[in-house]
Design a protein around this ligand. Structure first.
Ligand SMILES: [Zn+2]
Ligand SMILES: [Zn+2]
Length: 403
């Protein structure tokens, strides 16, 4: 007997731990969530975990009850305060002290949100997904950034909680007299009728209609609303990556909201006139982990060396390119600078970077000052006379073209 009760206590332990799950976490909310967010979280989660939708799944059923409990506490400003300060214990004491029960019956609560006797309406579909494109500069893909964006969508009217009614009063439907169904006669052939029972289109099968329409939504139960979202652009995320915000598409009292799918794309650099000389990385080009950069050098620099360039990278750090005197840069040469490419997304052992590919473009002067031209000419003449007119040898190039 003793053994049995010890076992029973052991079995209860995990349950007690589960029961104490943080209410905010349970509803997937931040601690500063407002009422609208709390209601929305409840609306989505209670549909998802409704026992009718999850037969034979005890964990879903428990979750359905827990969600209702969390909602009841967080939506009540006084209880929420108690919970924030004293946690689950505080809430229990307060409920016991005030002679209150522990909130709504979860099915009644569900009913007050959705109607239908606390039952999950079968065939209740999930709404369509919504797709949006977000464009951020390449810089944000390099450094990572929190990007805020707004989406205009259909939202449940907050004023009437999606009931369409100003005061909750309802009239018996005049068309179906409260039956929710109407008989429709259809003529199949002259004199031959078929009777069909159909859902009443006036009340949508509910049997009653709203007495006084909500003044905000005009009885439509939904409104157009703009909602803010945050997207964490992670270092090195690929161009075109998708992020899914579950149940954040158009809302309706009649269905579970679909998902909001965000396509994250790289913004084209803005080539507005004066900005053409900018060195903040606008002109980097990306391919996967690699970055590409085109650097222009003068004939003197390409040939004689002795130059440096400070390339401002996407996060502002400087990459120094240089050649010592006598180091030649052939036109079109690609220099690979290791570790100065894009960060590799979700790299396991800390940040790892791809390479930067610098292509050198050599620009010859269109014209020279006459003095300068004469001096160059003299130098060339001197060397031509000395060594003959073999152009290849003249230029110090090898016998065969390099491939
Ligand atoms: Zn009706
Ligand atoms: Zn309304």
């Amino acid at each position: 007997m003793l053994l049995f009760s010890a076992l029973a206590v052991l079995c209860l332990l995990p349950l007690l731990i589960l029961a104490a799950e943080d209410y905010y976490k349970l509803l997937g909310l931040d601690r500063d969530a407002d009422d609208r967010q709390i209601k929305k979280a409840y609306r989505n989660l209670s549909k998802k975990f409704h026992p009718d939708k999850n037969p034979n799944d005890e964990s879903a059923q428990k979750k359905f009850v827990d969600i209702a409990e969390a909602y009841d506490v967080l939506i009540d400003p006084e209880m929420r305060k108690v919970y924030n300060q004293h946690g689950h214990e505080g809430v229990k004491q307060k409920q016991a002290g005030g002679g209150q029960g522990s909130g709504h019956n979860p099915f009644d609560l569900f009913n007050s949100f959705f109607g239908g006797g606390g039952r999950f309406q079968h065939g209740q579909r999930k709404g369509q997904n919504m797709e949006v494109r977000i464009q951020v500069p390449l810089r944000n893909f390099y450094t990572g950034a929190d990007h805020e964006f707004k989406v205009e969508k259909q939202a449940i009217c907050e004023k009437c909680e999606g009931s369409g009614s100003e005061d909750g009063q309802r009239d018996t439907c005049h068309k179906c007299n409260g039956q929710g169904m109407v008989i429709q006669k259809q003529m199949l052939a002259p004199g031959i009728f078929q009777q069909m029972q159909m859902q009443c289109d006036v009340c949508g099968g509910k049997g009653s209609t709203v007495k006084h329409k909500c003044k905000v939504c005009g009885g439509a139960r939904v409104v157009r609303a703009e909602e803010k979202y945050e997207l964490a652009v992670e270092k090195g995320m690929p161009n075109g990556v998708r992020a899914t915000y579950e149940n954040e598409a158009d809302e309706s009292p009649d269905f579970l909201a679909g998902d909001l799918v965000v396509h994250l794309l790289q913004e084209e650099p803005k080539l507005a006139g004066a900005e053409k000389d900018r060195t903040d990385g606008t002109f980097f080009r990306r391919k996967d982990h690699s970055l590409f950069w085109r650097e222009v050098v003068s004939l003197r620099e390409a040939w004689m060396g002795d130059w440096t360039r400070n390339l401002t990278h996407l996060d502002g750090h400087v990459v120094r390119l240089s050649r010592k005197r006598g180091q030649v840069v052939q036109p079109g040469t690609i220099e690979v600078v290791e570790g100065e490419g894009m960060p590799i997304w979700q790299h396991e052992d800390g940040p790892e970077y791809g390479n930067l590919h610098v292509e050198y473009v050599v620009v010859l002067p269109d014209q020279m000052e006459s003095g300068q031209e004469k001096e160059f000419w003299t130098v060339w003449e001197k060397w031509r006379k000395k060594k003959g007119v073999d152009l290849r040898k003249d230029l110090g190039r090898p016998e065969h073209d390099e491939l």
